[in-house]
Ligand binder design. Structure first.
Ligand code: DGJ
Length: 726
């Protein structure tokens, strides 16, 4: 009997050897994601981590490697579907036309091709019983250490297949500990960072707001793997989803302490009905894995975004004067014309006319009426927009304009003419947010209308250079007359409709500059970056609060995309402090310039010149965050040029304690053997630097190992220090 068992085992192992493993390797310079087709024909993740040495035996890799429980109920399948032996949260859940709710996806083939900056791997999977196809895409950007993933789902069944989950990505990690940093938000409180250890069970970050999707949670996260990560140490996964709508990240730790991270569209209230032959393409989940802390991850993201994602990522940006906080709705032609001259005097590139310029039957004099009627109000602006564009150009500045094209006030001619174009429940009381409703962008006629808003303004005003595209309301009444019985598709199809419009604008007006806004920073994700050059981070322009908001966004976003305007919020702080905070991002002004004293105005004018000179450095992806506002009383951020010959440090003191102990700040990213001249810039007119090291020369080594005393105990004070290689 024993002999028979032995022969059986030998035979079994021989068959196993005959089967040859298919390994699919997705690599960047530092990271590797390795997938393997196992004997059952299904695809599993066998490795995700630091790049392995060439020649590593990929066949030996396997996950999970932990002491798994006796009854194996999971195997780290790359795209597990509900209804199989994996009892944890799946990536996909499907109900076939016959009512069956299972799918087993088998590997069919894979291929790879070169893409701009990287390599795309395409893996085809197919249900073993039903005509359901799932294609996984992985684009790896070798030099930037960024990987993005998305999925395409289609079927050939006779009828509608329903998808109640359709993740973009599922990744697995085996570490002793996990620490999650999330970015929660509210109006005027965007990107607040909170760190929590992840423990057994699920943690979900999601949104269900539709249009102003990121009002409460932003689509970004950081997970410290094995240890709590710091700016310059620790292993961290940093991820984001490119989706301008409802998203969900699920962090699920199982009984073996294995973590799975599922990222995608939030499937809640979005059971997607898929037609035969139709393809559901999920949004891109984009991640970087850094073994040197968050700083390196942020540099990866910022560099990659400017190269491959952000609209005109390698281009310049306009400085501007906005009239919102100066005039609100209260302006006319004469007032605006005088502001054009002030903008010119300040030295900015563009004047941005905000809300309140449109509507005739229901003029927009506050936020109760007019949205949808995109014609200039004759009583306010008798000569229309062409006159304003001309007057601005004559004054020597470019002209830009605010729109909120996805929205409608019930008090508007548009609402009267097209009651079916608004998202609105047919049988319940309507709930209004900021007195407005969302237009139904699933309807192609509405898409034409929204595209037409930009197209008509541009046709009438070819010289107009800039749109601020606002979006103040979430979707409040989830019902579309256009979607009919497919109401579950609405949240998803809305975003697809929005992208259709934005693609048309992109194609017809490639030179336009577009700013995204959503009642502050309630909508700024990586897919939207493809269509918008920049976004409004927050209505909160208090410089102290801005330091936290900008610190949060800088984890993922390039400085040139982050609009930061000098206003009167927190006027107890000096104009220098306010300008210094805004100069670290994309500078603008939204303030009554006449309220400034002569030396303050002079300072602002010189600051604009200084900003223009330093822009290439400020927009560099090489960010080093030297002191966090979350850790105490100071915030210090450094930018370094790619060739390390030029660096800029923004040092802010917030509310330091009396006689608080100060230490020198050590720089980073410099060339240790190079000599740098250190100079304080952006001083008040006539003021001389009080810093003992001003105009002195130091080696990069000194600056990085010993550092300089660049912080102080003065409340809300700041300095900008330039370092130039000799
Ligand atoms: C909200 C934006 O965040 C503000 O900057 C301003 O444009 C208002 N909307 C106008 O209604």
């Amino acid at each position: 009997m024993k002999k028979l068992t032995f022969i059986f085992v030998v035979l079994l192992s021989m068959t196993a050897n005959v089967w040859s493993k298919t390994n699919i390797v997705i690599s960047t310079d530092n990271t590797q994601l390795i997938l393997q087709v196992k004997e059952n024909g299904r695809l599993y993740q066998t490795y995700l981590g630091e790049r392995l040495a060439d020649g590593t035996d990929l066949d030996l890799l396997d996950m999970p490697r932990t002491n798994v429980t006796q009854t194996q109920t999971k195997g780290n399948e790359v795209y597990p579907v509900m209804g199989t032996e994996d009892y944890f949260e799946p990536a996909m859940e499907i109900r076939h036309v016959d009512g069956n709710a299972t799918s087993i996806l088998k590997y069919i083939s894979h291929s790879s091709k070169a893409i701009n900056g990287g390599t795309e791997t395409i893996i085809k999977l197919k249900d073993d019983l039903y005509p359901v196809n799932v294609t996984l895409h992985f684009a790896a950007y070798e030099k930037d250490n960024i990987i993005k993933e998305w999925t395409e789902i289609s079927h050939n069944e006779n009828g509608l297949v329903s998808l109640s989950r359709y993740a973009s990505s599922m990744l697995y990690f085996e570490e002793s500990k996990y620490f999650l940093t999330e970015f929660h938000s509210d109006w005027a409180k965007e990107m607040q960072m909170t760190k929590t250890p992840l423990i057994y069970g699920k943690k979900v970050i999601d949104t269900r707001l539709g249009t102003r999707a990121a009002m409460f949670s932003q689509p970004f996260f950081e997970v410290g793997l094995g240890e709590d990560v710091a700016e310059n140490s620790g292993k961290v996964l940093m991820g984001t989803i490119g989706w301008t709508g409802n998203f969900r990240f699920t962090f699920d730790i199982d009984h073996d302490n294995e973590l799975r991270i599922i990222s995608g569209i939030n499937p809640d209230a979005s059971c997607y009905m898929l037609k035969k032959g139709e393809v559901l393409k999920t949004p891109e989940f984009i991640f970087t894995l850094s073994t040197k802390g968050i700083g390196e991850g942020s540099r990866n993201f910022q560099r990659w975004a400017m190269k491959y994602q952000l609209r005109k990522g390698d281009g310049d940006r306009y400085t501007l004067l906005n009239n919102w906080e100066n005039t609100y709705f209260n302006f006319d032609e004469a007032k605006l014309t005088s502001l054009f001259k002030e903008a010119k005097d300040l030295g900015v590139d563009l004047f941005l006319l905000d809300d309140g310029w449109f509507g005739n039957k229901y003029p927009r004099k506050d936020d109760h009426a007019g949205l949808g009627d995109w014609q200039a109000t004759k009583t306010k602006l008798p000569n229309g927009i062409p006159y304003l564009v001309k007057a601005a150009n004559e004054a020597g500045v470019k002209f830009g304009i605010w729109i909120e094209p996805e929205m409608v006030n019930p008090k508007s001619e548009l609402a009267e003419k097209h009651p079916n174009w608004m998202l609105k429940l047919p049988n319940r009381e309507t709930y209004y947010y900021r007195n407005q409703l969302v237009l139904d962008l699933t309807n192609p006629k509405v898409q034409d209308f929204v595209f037409g808003i930009v197209d008509n303004i541009m046709t009438e005003n070819p010289g107009l250079k800039f749109f601020k595209w606002d979006c103040n309301s979430p979707i409040t009444n989830i019902y579309s007359t256009y979607e009919k019985e497919k109401q579950g598709n609405l949240y998803v199809d809305y975003v697809k409709g929005l992208y259709n419009v934005l693609q048309r604008i992109q194609k017809k007006y490639p030179d336009l500059t577009l700013m995204m806004c959503s009642g502050g920073g309630g909508r700024c994700d990586y897919e939207a970056l493809k269509y918008f050059d920049e976004y409004w981070c927050s209505d909160n322009t208090d410089p102290v609060e801005r330091l936290y908001i900008q610190w949060g966004f800088s984890q993922f976003m390039p400085a040139k995309a982050m609009c930061s305007h000098v206003t009167n919020w927190n006027r107890t702080s000096s104009i220098k402090f306010r300008v210094d905070v805004d100069m670290s991002c994309k500078l603008g002004f939204d303030i009554d310039l006449k309220s400034l004293k002569a030396n303050e105005m002079q300072f602002c004018k010189e600051a604009v010149k200084e900003y223009n000179r330093l822009k290439p450095l400020i927009y560099s992806a090489n960010i080093y965050r030297l002191a966090s506002p979350y850790n105490g009383d100071h915030c210090v951020i450094q930018r370094v040029s790619d060739d390390k010959t030029h660096a800029l440090v923004f040092a802010y003191d917030i509310h330091p304690r009396f006689m608080a102990n100060l230490l020198p700040t050590k720089m980073e990213g410099l060339n240790p053997s190079a000599l740098y001249t250190v100079k304080e810039v952006n001083l008040m007119p006539g003021e001389k630097s009080k810093l003992s090291f001003d105009n002195k020369t130091y080696t990069g080594d000194y600056l990085m190992k010993i550092g300089l005393m660049i912080t102080s105990t003065n409340e809300m004070s700041s300095r900008i220090i330039e370092m130039t290689q000799k």
